[in-house]
Design a protein around this ligand. Structure first.
Ligand SMILES: [Mg+2]
Length: 254
């Protein structure tokens, strides 16, 4: 019997490492410091503004640029990620062993910038387990060329545009691709573009999640079909996939 999955796509933060590491809190503090120090917002407004921009625009950077603040994405990422306590992320040999036992393609899909993704993956000791990193820069190739902050809106999960960019960059058939994310909205967006979805960090599935994993490493028990032997029909599957890719690219409308 063949595994129903050709590729596994993983979110990074709060998915490949726990939300309890303290990295998330440190990040929120840095973002609030950015709002105060670089944008001049009063200290008392920073926590609420941070939440408001995140929920309305998907990220603080996206929100600031949409509101007309000409924030350079690299400067922003350097400020909010540069001084994160990365040593709070510990090497995860259990996760590494599981990833190494999965023969399918494995890809990272994160809203974070590439430097942060590489640092976190190196701390976990799993960078070499992934074929590709789809990140902020992949979704926003034109941002550095923009003349005005509203010229190119920041593209991030959970927008459908971001999901389509990832499906195209990963070169996958979404119906045969398993997408892991801790964010309910991202999981819903994944489902909307046809991916099979896994909600991480919860024991109960959201509406658009095909699976829920309280801890990522529970995938061994909860999604055993990942490991089903799929060598027997590999030739057939490759030709099948090639023909499907044509229709996916057409529907993405590149
Ligand atoms: Mg996440």
């Amino acid at each position: 019997m063949a595994s129903p999955f050709d590729t596994l796509i993983f979110d990074l933060d709060d998915t490949l490492y726990s939300s309890k590491t303290g990295i998330g809190q440190a990040l929120r503090r840095n973002v609030q410091d950015f709002l105060i120090e670089k944008c001049g917002f009063p200290e008392s407004e920073a926590p609420n503004l941070n939440i408001k921009l995140f929920t309305t625009y998907g990220s603080t950077l996206a929100g600031l640029r949409a509101l007309g603040y000409d924030i350079n994405a690299d400067d922003y990422h350097r400020f909010v990620h540069g001084k994160l306590p990365y040593d709070l992320i510990r090497p995860d040999s259990k996760l590494r062993n599981i990833l190494q036992s999965i023969k399918q393609r494995k890809i990272i899909f994160t809203n974070s910038d590439r430097i942060h993704a590489i640092k976190a993956l190196d701390r976990l000791g799993i960078r070499d387990c992934f074929e590709k990193i789809i990140c902020f820069e992949t979704m926003n190739p034109n941002l550095m060329k923009s003349n005005r902050p509203d010229e190119f809106p920041v593209v991030l999960k959970p927008s459908i545009e971001a999901m389509n960019i990832a499906v195209e960059a990963a070169e996958v058939d979404p119906r045969r691709t398993l997408f892991f994310d801790d964010n309910v909205k991202n999981v819903a967006a994944g489902k909307a573009v046809g991916l099979r979805t896994v909600l991480v960090g919860r024991s109960i599935k959201s509406k658009e999640a095909d699976y829920a994993l309280e801890i990522l490493t529970n995938m061994v028990q909860v999604i055993p079909e990942i490991w089903v032997n799929n060598e027997d029909d590999s030739d057939q599957r490759i030709s099948h996939k090639t023909s499907e890719m044509g229709s996916i690219c057409a529907s993405v409308g590149a």
